[in-house]
Design a protein around this ligand. Sequence first.
Ligand code: PRP
Ligand code: ZN
Length: 304
Amino acid sequence: MRFAGTADLFSFKETSSMTMEKIRIAIQKSGRLSEKSLELLKEAGITLNNGSRKLRSVARSFPLEVIYLRDDDIPQYVEDGVAHIGIVGENEYVEKGCAVDLVERLGFSRCRLSVAIPKSMDYRGTEDLQGMRIATSYPVILNNFLGERGIRADVHVLSGSVELAPSIGVADAIFDIVSSGSTLISNGLKEVETAMESEAVIIAGRNLDTGIQQLLGNLLFRVRSVLAASNNKYILLNAPNEKLQEIIGVIPGMKSPTVMPLAEEGWSSVHSVLSEKTFWEVIDRLKELGAQGILVIPIEKMIV
Ligand code: PRP
Ligand code: ZN
């Protein structure tokens, strides 16, 4: 009895410490990244206990906990180990220069970091930025951009509403995030230089223990399946047999396409996977090759 009791206690401790271990992910509280970040988790099968914006929430179906932070703070929290990983704009990752690793590009919340000046101002090239007062929340990226081009400018750091700086006379130009460009237009500004393109990325701390690393591996596997599925489509078509090899060459698929004879002599049915990036080029080429009855179907998940 005594042995059994100790064994029970031991196994209880084992399982409870295992279930205690959760990967902690930092997500933007509100802003350009937050909704898409939560959507990505959801598509990866991770449902959170409360949809509303609290400080933190716990996942039901995966050992994961979300903490909601300002995007600007996420790299530092991940470096410090407060969160194991984070979803953040690449711009914040580069600007903060924290000791964290970029482990996955997510392809959403794309934007660029650009220099903009008042619409009416002439602009010939980067040399025109010489000596200007430029307002920004991204001094590191801006100084690199200027430094590489040998431009000396007066960089003013502002934490928000950067686009107002020229109209109130505190700067000649701004350096900020541009996405749709509507903020620039409504402030009478025009984009003249782009320093970097940015998208949402997953960053990870450098000293994660083995258990957390394993959870990160599982999470990344799911995330990559979601990304692959949204970047690919399932395609079915009928191909004349004399063009079959050429058609297969255009849609090689994951391993190789499925080819089945049609009831009608001289024709085959071909099933494959098609990348979103080259979608229309490939469709045009398939039509040229005589493919018929082309069907394109979204993929729910793609295990890569
Ligand atoms: C950025 C940037 C601009 C706006 C540009 O702010 O500072 O205000 O987005 O986007 P648009 O080209 O689509 O108009 P954001 O809302 O991301 O807030 P933040 O800079 O405080 O993170
Ligand atoms: Zn911000």
